[in-house]
Each structure stands twice: as C-alpha cells, then as structure tokens.
Design a binder for this molecule. Structure first.
Ligand code: CUA
Length: 316
C-alpha cells in the first residue's frame, strides 16, 4: 500500500530515481564480479600442471593486475558518480519554496496530531492521523514530538524525517497525483510503534478547500435525546479529559482530537477501520487492539456505549 517506488511527488520521484540507478549499478557490479570469479576459476583449471599445483603464467599475472586496477578505478568512479547523484537528489528534497501551506504535525505515543494554522486563530483546524493536502501545491510540515523520537515517513511523497523532542524540523513535498497515501512512523518509539500509521489524503484544490471549510464548522449541540445522552456520557465519563472536540468543554490533548471524527477512515492511528462495530469494541477495550496505548478500557453499559458512539458519529 505504501511504496517508495510508486512516487506521487517530485521529491519521492528524486528518491525513487536514485534508488533505481543504485539498483542498476549494483546489479551490473554483481554481474561483473560473478563473471570475473567464474573466469578466474575456469582459467586456473585449464592451467593445472601435471603435479596438481596451480601457478599463474607471467601473462596471466599481468592481466590480473590490469583487472584489479580497472576494477578499483571503476569502483572509485561509481562511488564518485553516486556522490554527485546523491547530492543532487538531496538538493531537490531540500528545495525551499517561496510559499507553502503549513501544517504543524506532532508525533506522540502513538498517533499524529495535525494542525492547520491560520492567522485568524478561529480558523485553525486540528485533526489527527489523517492529513488532507491540496494536489499541486507545496506543503510544508513542521514536525515536532511530544515525547520520544518518532519519524514521519510517507514513502510515496517524501523521505523520512525524524521528530525530535524539543526541536522543530521541516519537511516539504508537493503531491502531484490525487490519492490516499499511507505513512508510517519509521523510528522505534515504544510498544505500539508499528501501529502509528497515518494517511495523507491528496485531493484537488476545490475538494481540499471544501474539506477545510467543513472542518472549520463549529460544533453542533445535539438536540436528539439519544445524542444528548451520548454527549453527556462523553463529557462525564472521562473521554473529555484526553480528547478534544472544538467548540465544547472537551479540550484534552493526550488522545487524538475528535472534532471531525466521523470524516476519518480509521481509528487508533490506522489500526482499525472507522465503523460502528470497531469504535464500540475499541472504547470497550482498547488494550485488546493496541496494548500499551494510553486509553484505558471504559466499562460503559450497552445503552451508554450506543449513545456515545451515536453521538461520535455526528462529528463529521
Ligand atoms: Cu512513533 Cu515509532
């Protein structure tokens, strides 16, 4: 599903390009080494003396020296060529655009917080684990960590970039094909490092703008009695201490923000598909799916759980 060899941005293409050349050069060197080895084996056998010992004729000696010198020279040449190639690719990756959409991304055990800054703070949007970006526009990611070292890696779009506590690193890419690109934390960061995935959703500019506009919509107080009950369960059972819902009292930052929960494809950072059955199982016992995650099990009654999930499903 995610592949560095299926690039969807100029940055990932530069990396894939370098990779294919290295594979090609490596394959040629391998073939040359094996061919030389076979030749040497064969040449020595034909010159086995009557006493069974092997000796090189002076002409063979000279040829061997030329082969070794030629191989050494070729090695230096190949390494020098790749050094230049590598610098060129690195330069393309580090290109500093004049203008870019900036998204603040914070990695924490074990999910991703994404914040779309706006000069008008009321227009800033916070989401988790799914990052929408416009196709054809440069995107700047400001990467931070809330706890340990993580690594942001969406191989179809860019190389890896570490998130280091106390330090902000920047990362750039420009998706040029619409699509959903899976990313993965690429630095071991604890028990659920493997379940620290994310998605980058690259969409045409009008769709991205529509998504952003929808994400800026204020929270609607539920009016239906079931949903109102679900809302009360959310606020009184501890959910709001760790999760936020913009426009409500819920301002927790330990777990992913849930303002537009239902618009996401997955829950628990790519661990489960976002559907009713999974959400119910997850709330009842997160540790069964993601042992070590900071969310404890919630012993809610069936009616509380039903109302809570019904309310969460209204957060679009
Ligand atoms: Cu975060 Cu590995």
């Amino acid at each position: 599903m995610h592949s560095a060899l299926d690039p969807a941005s100029p940055q990932a293409r530069a990396i894939a390009h370098l990779w294919w050349w290295m594979l090609g050069a490596g394959a040629l060197v391998w073939v040359a080494v094996i061919a030389t080895m076979l030749y040497a084996t064969f040449a020595r056998r034909t010159r086995r003396g009557a006493d069974g010992l092997q000796a090189l004729a002076p002409a063979q000696h000279g040829r061997l020296e030329r082969i070794v010198a030629g191989a050494t020279f070729t090695t230096v040449l190949i390494l020098a060529a790749f050094l230049v190639f590598d610098f060129t690719a690195g330069h393309a990756l580090a290109e500093h655009p004049q203008r870019a959409l900036t998204i603040d991304v914070t990695g924490q055990q074990w999910w991703w917080l994404a914040r779309y800054e706006d000069p008008d703070p009321s227009k800033s949007v916070t989401t988790a684990n799914e990052i929408h970006v416009p196709v054809g526009e440069m995107v700047q990611l400001k990467l931070r960590s809330a706890d340990v070292i993580h690594s942001f890696w969406a191989p179809n779009l860019q190389g890896k970039r570490d998130l280091i506590p106390g330090y902000t690193s920047t990362h750039w890419f420009r998706a040029d094909t619409a699509g959903v690109y899976r990313g993965q934390c690429a630095e071991f960061c604890g028990m659920q490092h493997a379940k620290m995935a994310f998605y980058i959703i690259a969409e045409p500019i009008p769709r991205f703008q529509a998504w952003l506009a929808a994400a800026r919509q204020p929270h609607q107080e539920p009016t239906d009695s079931l949903l109102r009950y679900g809302y009360r369960v959310f606020m009184s059972s501890g959910c709001a201490l760790c999760h936020s819902i913009a426009g409500t009292e819920a301002r927790g930052t330990i777990g992913p923000g849930l303002s537009h929960f239902k618009s996401r494809m997955s829950i628990a950072a790519g661990t489960l598909a976002n559907n009713r059955a999974n959400v119910m199982s997850w709330i009842a016992n997160p540790q069964a799916f993601k042992p070590g995650a900071r969310m404890p099990s919630y012993p809610l009654t069936a009616s509380q759980l039903d109302a809570l999930v019904s309310y969460l499903e209204t957060l679009k």
